[in-house]
Design a binder for this molecule. Structure first.
Ligand SMILES: [Zn+2]
Length: 171
């Protein structure tokens, strides 16, 4: 990292292929430093935490949205969205329509690290628009989805392991 010493009011100029970025220390107050930044309009300038959040939010996550009271085994939709709150909003109408209850409290469970396989199985572009899938591609045996990636026969890892077990013990 390049470290440059500057006094208040002294600029640093960064020349980039996209234009010039000017950095100006405005005020120093103990641990706090206020910095003025000038950059071309198409260059995003963010605090690191905001930048990281934006990066994260570019790629959608996969959520299992279901009736909180009934639980996901009673039915769930697959929602690709950026946050759990947004996934709930997209999925709740469908989940609500399954019950006779006047109001369904829905839950959105992030399927941790499952988005890539689920997106592939359901032809979803994770960098595209939010999507709800009412009948995601499910395991051929247990009819559940989101447990594990499906193998070439469309069977989840749990059922696949059971099959192997049964085979071994019926021989
Ligand atoms: Zn299964």
């Amino acid at each position: 990292m390049l470290i440059l010493g500057r006094r208040r009011g002294e600029r640093i100029i960064i020349e980039t292929a996209d234009g010039i970025i000017t950095i100006l220390p405005v005020m120093i107050d103990g641990e706090q430093i206020r910095i003025g930044i000038e950059a071309p309009g198409h260059i995003a300038v963010d605090r690191e935490e905001v930048y990281r959040r934006k990066q994260r939010e570019k790629i959608m996550r996969a959520y299992m949205v279901f009736d909180r009271e009934a639980g996901p085994a009673e039915g769930a939709v697959l929602v690709f969205h950026h946050t759990a709150q947004a996934a709930k909003s997209l999925g709740w109408r469908t989940v609500q329509a399954w019950t006779t209850a006047e109001w369904t409290d829905v839950s959105a469970k992030w399927i941790k690290n499952g988005e890539e396989e689920l997106a592939e199985e359901n032809n979803v572009d994770l960098k595209g628009h939010p999507r709800m899938i009412e009948s995601p591609k499910a395991c051929q045996r247990c009819e559940l989805w989101g447990r594990t990636p499906l193998n070439a026969f469309g069977v989840c890892e749990f059922c696949d392991m059971e099959e192997e077990f049964e085979e071994r013990h019926t021989r």
